[in-house]
Each structure stands twice: as structure tokens, then as C-alpha cells.
Design a protein around this ligand. Structure first.
Ligand code: FES
Ligand code: FES
Length: 136
């Protein structure tokens, strides 16, 4: 299967690979897995006192599309408010990376990871987790 140039770019030069301090109250960690393929994605956000995401990191053990989806997601997250981050839809990722239909589920993994990270941050800070409709 042919990958788009943007997927190849993110795959060969992934942005924001790494780890943030999981124990910090300002850090939300999302860890999601796809039972179908056994791939795992961890995405973390660092949130400041104004609810702005100042940093985002990821580590993905998965296919090229999943790595590219999470790399792109961390780029989009930086500078966004937590509320705006909640609105990132996997279909935005599909469009930006020109993912073929068989790889759409890999972008769902990224959306799930973003929402899981936000919910971890919310729960740590005494807020209710947001209910998620979509899941991998
Ligand atoms: Fe496993 Fe894409 S994440 S096939
Ligand atoms: Fe691998 Fe969906 S089966 S990401």
C-alpha cells in the first residue's frame, strides 16, 4: 500500500516523541491499544494554569499511519486549549494525512489517545471525565 508524502514525512521524522512526567498534576497521559492489531499508543499533554496545552509527547508502537497520526496530533495539540483539543476529530487527521480507508482506524487510535490524555488530566484535577462516544 502506498503511503502519502505526509505520512512518510511524519513516519521518518516523527515530531515530539518522548515522555512527560506522568506523576505531575499538570500532565495527562492517554494509553490506548488496538486489540485488532496489538498496536499501542501513548500520548501525553502538559497543561498550564490557563488550560492551554504547552507541550505534547507521544510514543507509538504501531504501523506507519499510527505513528504519523500521533505525531501530527502532538503538533496540533501544542498551543490549543483543552476544550479545543477535545474537538480534534480523527477525520481531520485522515484528511491531513490522506489516509486510505483501511488506515482510518489508526487515526481513531490517535483521537482516543488525545481524549484519554485529557480525561486523565481532568480526573487528576478533580473534574469528571468526559464521556466518549467513539472508540477504536
Ligand atoms: Fe495498527 Fe495502524 S495502528 S494497523
Ligand atoms: Fe490497528 Fe486499528 S487495527 S489501529
Amino acid at each position: 500500500m502506498a503511503y502519502s508524502d505526509k505520512v512518510i514525512d511524519h513516519y521518518t521524522n516523527p515530531r515530539n516523541v518522548g515522555t512527560l512526567d506522568k506523576a505531575s498534576a499538570q500532565v495527562g497521559t492517554g494509553l490506548v491499544g488496538a486489540p485488532e492489531c496489538g498496536d499501542v499508543m501513548r500520548l501525553q499533554i502538559q497543561v498550564d494554569e490557563n488550560n492551554i496545552i504547552t507541550d505534547a509527547k507521544f510514543k507509538t508502537f504501531g504501523c506507519g499511519s499510527a505513528i504519523a497520526s500521533s505525531s501530527l496530533a502532538t503538533e496540533w495539540l501544542k498551543g490549543k486549549s483543552v476544550d479545543d483539543a477535545m474537538k480534534i476529530d480523527n477525520m481531520d487527521i485522515v484528511e491531513e494525512l490522506a489516509l486510505p480507508p483501511v488506515k482510518i482506524h489508526c487515526s481513531v487510535l490517535a483521537e482516543d489517545a488525545i481524549k484519554a490524555a485529557i480525561n486523565d488530566f481532568r480526573v487528576k484535577n478533580g473534574m469528571e471525565p468526559i464521556e466518549l462516544e467513539k472508540s477504536h
